[in-house]
Design a protein around this ligand. Sequence first.
Ligand SMILES: *Cc1c(COP(=O)(O)O)cnc(C)c1O
Length: 339
Amino acid sequence: MIIDLRSDTVSKPNKAMLDAMMNAPVGDDVFAEDETVKKLEERVASMFGMEAGLYCPSGTMSNQIAIKAHTQPLDEIICDQLAHIYNYETGGWAFHSGVSIKLIPTERGILLPHEVEASIQPDFDWLPNSSLLCIENTVNRGGGSVYTLEEMKALKPVCEKYQLKYHLDGARLFNALIAKNYSTTDLSGIFDSISICFSKGLGAPIGSILIGEKSFIKKSRKIRKVMGGGMRQAGYLASACLYALDNNINRLADDHTHAQMLAEALGKNTLVSSIRNVETNIVIFSMIDKNTTDRFVTYLADNNIKAVPFGGNSIRFVTHIDISREMIERSISLIRAFI
Ligand SMILES: *Cc1c(COP(=O)(O)O)cnc(C)c1O
């Protein structure tokens, strides 16, 4: 039994999802002829009260398209310094969009209105033009931390006052919805665009969606094409995402319980020095020193548990659809036995 806690991207489709994929009606989506892709785009857009959607190969592409569509060169975008857009998208904001980036330092990646307001550039020739705010929910590097509905709404008036577009990197948005108990329609009217991943907790093999107004999605379609993301019979993939929406949302609560169980066991081991507050399916914790961190990762690997060091003395565990209760129990007994 291999227990892969490296990421929620490592899960594989089950038989039922594969069957749904095999039976999907498809067509050439570059000609807008794939009915399964269209069904997915329309369904997700309407779930969140948006006009239109665009199926993309990855969350990185969805975010990068949004940045490109919302900005012009010489603009500046605003992010938390923990943001995936800043840390893990290869500097794409500069490469694709010719924009600079203003980073706001936070503990857990939750931005407050006064912090955003203070980071907006005044209107001088020698300063870039602030034009886009990107937030992340849940915040990966924040330890899966979650924005409340009120916290997301509170940033909107700042965007309106300074004419910023407002983008949500919702790679793990459904984890947030389950954890904080708000619904998809509660998010309607807040954001100019939202990206959501199907290949994280939702358990599909490939794909992300970008949703927004019709005119924004029309522009985004062109940008997706020039980035090489125009796909043909993509309905085979989109049907896995439709299956995930039907079957894999409510079960995210199990992943959250499993993460809590791991955190509790870690908390009882004296070689663990700190654990970030666990709100969803991510557990980030630190060991007392570097040597113990390396030793723990090796010990886990020797016992068929995969985990990755997360900088300094930190390690990250991520629970997901392929992690069973039995695997969590085995992990807990191994955590207990580590001395
Ligand atoms: C995973 C992730 C993405 C997108 O990643 P891809 O691997 O390109 O699909 C974007 N934002 C966050 C917060 C993520 O965790």
